[in-house]
Design a protein around this ligand. Structure first.
Ligand code: FES
Ligand SMILES: [Fe+2]
Length: 397
């Protein structure tokens, strides 16, 4: 249990809040290259800020403010230009740094006027990696965009599933520091969901005898010892790390996944689940699939017959912002406590003007990629499930 004030500090992400300041020190995905190829101007809300993400006619990405500084029209209807994005109302043109390059009528009637040099739009740096567009909303200079393994490794096909979740981001991350939930949220609830569909149980998982957590330079590495395993098994099988501050690594070496949990605002989160599958020898590369997945069915329920949906049940059903002042933590919450402690320590660092952990500035640490250890024990048959998933969404030709 923590106080209401402590909970606010951990959950609120708007500009100027301690957590907002911490999360702004990291790059976050804000869109998919494929989506911008289809619709080059898109509204983005991230950490409580409304912005406009666009792809210029020259193929460059930009992330600028929501409204034109002239008469405040929404830039979602902007027109992409070679040099940036043009306001649809009177044609002012803005580049990716937010500078005003043209004021068509003023430039005509007052040639040589410097008025446009005094007009600026909010603008944030954006970069593309692995088919996603990432943004950095923090103070300059921006750190390196981390080359996480799934984004940079050759020989894998990718599916990105994007979910909009009506809950605070921390609920998704607390779940990543809590391995014991596998027995109930996944095995028991999953089998119950299948039973209601008249299907046999699909999940069998041994009970957890021990759980433990190790801090490492990228976040928290998890360990679990399951019933029937010797104590020595790979020093309890480790893996499945929480990458600080808001990413979970799951899957196996042949089907690694990263889940980016991006705060939209205090009560909404967008998850980009970046799933990859090792390509079979000689098979052609499949184009990346971007799937905007629906969370609720027509009855307004999450159908909990698969692992990602079961996790989403837990996140969303804790409410818009979990009232941690009323919770009662127990032995299974050791990882959650460690994670909250880290968040508080790293927020303190930022408030003192120091750099928080897991910010990369040395190219040697980032090239060719940051390799993440996955759990060696196979808790679920990711490969076969993802194979089917790929075939459904992107049939092999
Ligand atoms: S409102 Fe944007 S140019 Fe006039
Ligand atoms: Fe889970």
């Amino acid at each position: 249990m923590i106080s209401k004030q402590q909970n606010d500090r951990l959950t609120r992400v708007g500009p100027g809040t301690p957590m907002g300041d911490l999360l702004r020190r990291y790059w976050h995905p804000v869109g998919a290259v494929q989506d911008l190829a289809e619709e080059p101007v898109r509204r983005v809300r991230i950490m409580g800020e409304n912005l406009t993400l666009y792809r210029s006619e020259a193929g460059e990405y930009g992330l600028i403010g929501e409204r034109c500084p002239h008469r405040r029209v929404d830039m979602e209807y902007g027109i992409p230009d070679e040099r940036g994005l043009r306001c649809p109302y009177h044609g002012w043109l803005f580049d990716k740094a937010g500078r005003c390059l043209e004021m068509p009528f003023d430039d005509r009637v007052n040639p040589g006027s410097t008025h446009k040099d005094r007009i600026a739009m909010l603008a944030y740096p954006v970069r593309e990696l692995g088919g996603l567009v990432f943004a950095y909303l923090g103070p300059a200079p921006a750190p390196l965009l981390p080359r996480w393994d799934v984004l940079a490794r050759e020989g894998f096909d990718a599916i990105v599933e994007i979910h909009n979740l009506p809950c605070n981001w921390l609920q998704c991350m607390d779940n990543a520091a809590d391995p014991m939930h596998f027995e109930y949220l996944h095995a028991a609830l999953g089998n119950y969901a299948l039973k209601k569909q008249g299907k046999p149980p699909a999940m069998k998982v041994a009970r957890h005898l021990k759980i433990d957590f190790d801090r490492f330079d990228l976040g928290i590495m998890k360990r679990r010892l399951l019933e029937g395993e010797p104590e020595t098994v790979d020093d309890w099988t480790t893996g499945h790390p929480l990458l600080f501050p808001n990413i979970l690594a799951v899957g196996s070496v042949d089907a690694p996944t990263l889940q980016f949990r991006v705060p939209v605002d205090d009560t909404n989160t967008r998850q980009f689940a970046y799933r990859t599958l090792r390509r079979k020898p000689g098979a052609p590369a499949r184009p990346m699939v971007v799937n905007h997945a629906k969370l609720f069915n027509e009855q307004g329920k999450i159908v909990a017959d698969n692992i990602p949906a079961q996790d989403m049940v837990a996140w969303v059903m804790q409410g818009p912002i979990s009232d941690r002042e009323n919770e009662h933590l127990a032995a299974s919450d050791k990882g959650v406590l460690m994670y909250h402690k880290m968040l508080n320590e790293e927020m303190d660092k930022v408030q003192r003007g120091e750099e928080p952990m897991c910010v990369f500035r040395d190219p040697a640490e980032n090239e060719p990629m940051i390799d993440i250890r996955r759990e060696r024990r196979n808790l679920q048959t990711f490969e076969s499930r993802y194979d089917t998933h790929f075939d459904r969404l992107a049939p092999a030709k």
